[in-house]
Design a protein around this ligand. Structure first.
Ligand code: P53
Length: 475
């Protein structure tokens, strides 16, 4: 299909990052600790997912990759210039909540934290790169966990809104695209990482997860209302981790399992986009003895403040059969092998057509503009003797996914843009590794924090610039 222009002129092309995964400076200029600052690398990371209570303080014997990450805090000018060299028209960043409200419940924001993002946005504007801001990307202040039990407590809605209002007033004139919660559905799979929930074997997990989800959904709707009041023209999106489920066979039970498994994720889109709880959840709540604290005012706020667009991350598809359906897990845990699909070094199924499938599915369901705000391949890169990094596997992955995106646009899907995950190498959210790399830009730092931090361009750097310049004609 060479030489066809595939993406419209105003289509936003760029990359996506999360503060805690690249900034470093975890205690600089008044920043408080966030949940990710107590998430260690190495084997303890998995243990922490199961038993977060044991890991709520910083221990001398563990390594915490968020503390230094890739030190964007001191390198932001250099790094943004590299994004500009790739001709990005958009960069998705998150504001690191505990830089602005170190304890989450502070009366006043931390001015030094706000200034850091003033400077980042100054730099982006210099190169005409549109900032896209995630308000909460797995970065809940740790004090909110300790003092209030994080999102299991209704009080979190007000702390979140105070924080969101501070951001809208400070950056509203410069930021048009906002997202309330990164991958809000991931609280079902990773209650601590995504929501700061400290659950143990005794907890009624389903009750806690859906109560916390409800408070987040209300917080998201209230933030949408506030954004629209304070910043006319600004847009709020929800953000889903979207991995569609295929049925393993045409057996009706397997088809039903896939439909139900997709609803674990779609529930969050349904509330955000339609403004009410989907009826299928009534049965689920009843059968799991979930009784939610939902007020009439909550229902009104949800109804009146639906999102402007639907954004999502896409890395993979999953496959399920009736036997392996899982009521909570939205991700790999409920998956069975799909013999038609290869896997990445980290075992993530690689399925470009699944992205076209997802775009069509979400657009059919919501009829709102979509935004792909994460997609990419985490892989081990090798630096050759001449310094080159020949990441053809990454080029192939992104090329095939972008071709699928172009097909979805031809199908009639309204799409705002596409930002790849981790355009510069950064810490993995899932594993804490540095060596699970997504970047067009290599960063010399390893899993234990050693390395010169030198940035260098991989082969994919020029390739991506070519795609952006030609609006897809080089694919
Ligand atoms: P890492 C699981 C499945 C899909 C997306 O993930 C996920 C996760 C959580 O690990 O998270 C998103 O770094 C998330 C990013 C994250 C990225 O995917 O585990 O929004 O923060 O880095 C990639 O390879």
């Amino acid at each position: 299909m060479a030489n066809d222009v595939l993406f419209p002129e105003q289509f936003l092309f760029g990359g996506a990052l999360a503060g805690n995964q690249y900034e470093g400076g975890y205690d600089r200029d008044g920043k408080g600790l966030s949940i990710v600052d107590v998430e260690p690398a190495g084997p303890e990371r998995n243990d922490m997912l199961q038993h977060p209570k044991k890991y709520l303080t910083i221990r001398d014997d563990l390594y915490y990759p968020s503390h230094k990450a890739i030190e964007f805090y001191d390198h932001y000018k250099e790094d943004i210039k590299l994004f500009a060299d790739m001709h990005f028209s958009a960069l998705r960043i998150s504001i690191n909540w505990a830089r602005i409200f170190p304890n989450g419940d502070d009366k006043e924001p931390n001015e030094a934290g706000l200034q850091f993002y003033d400077q980042v946005i100054d730099e982006l504007e210099k190169y005409h790169i549109e900032p896209i801001v995630t308000i909460s990307h797995y970065e809940t202040p740790l004090a909110l966990v300790e003092r209030y039990g994080s999102w299991t407590n209704r009080k979190l809605i007000d702390f979140y809104l105070t924080y969101a209002e501070t951001l809208f007033r400070r950056y509203g004139s410069r930021v048009k695209y906002w997202m309330s919660f990164n991958e809000i559905n991931c609280i079902t799979e990773n209650p601590f990482i995504a929501g700061g929930l400290v659950l143990d074997d005794e907890s009624n997990k389903v009750q806690a997860i859906y109560q916390a989800s409800h408070y987040e959904l209300v917080a998201s709707a209230k933030a949408t209302k506030l954004l629209h009041e304070l910043v006319p023209g600004a847009l709020m999106g929800c953000m889903l981790a979207f991995s569609p489920y295929y049925a393993k066979t045409c057996k009706p039970e397997d088809q039903m399992a896939a439909l139900q498994q997709n609803r674990v994720t779609l529930f969050y889109g349904d509330v955000h986009a339609r403004g009410n709880y989907p009826s299928y959840m009534n049965r689920f709540f009843k059968e799991h003895h979930v009784i939610l604290d939902i007020t009439d005012d909550d229902r009104k706020v949800l109804k009146e403040n639906t999102v402007d667009y639907i954004s999502f991350s896409y890395y993979m598809s999953h496959t399920v059969d009736a036997e392996h359906k899982s009521e909570l897990a939205a991700q790999a845990y409920a998956s069975v092998e799909n013999p038609y699909i290869p896997k990445s070094d980290w075992g993530w199924p690689i399925d470009p057509l699944g992205l076209r499938y997802s775009l069509n599915m979400l657009y059919d369901r919501y009829q709102k503009p979509l935004f792909i705000v994460e997609n990419g391949l985490g892989a081990r890169d090798a630096v050759e003797e001449d310094g080159m990094i020949n990441d053809d596997y990454r080029i192939n992955y992104l090329n095939d996914h972008l071709v699928a995106v172009a097909e979805a646009i031809k199908d009639g899907v309204a799409l705002l843009g596409y930002t790849t995950w981790g355009p510069i190498d950064l810490v993995s959210a899932g594993t804490g590794e540095m060596e699970k790399r997504y970047g067009f830009i290599y960063v010399d730092r390893d899993n234990r924090g050693n390395g010169t931090l030198k940035r260098s361009k991989k082969k994919s750097f020029d390739w991506y610039r070519g795609v952006i310049d030609s609006r897809g004609a080089t694919l």
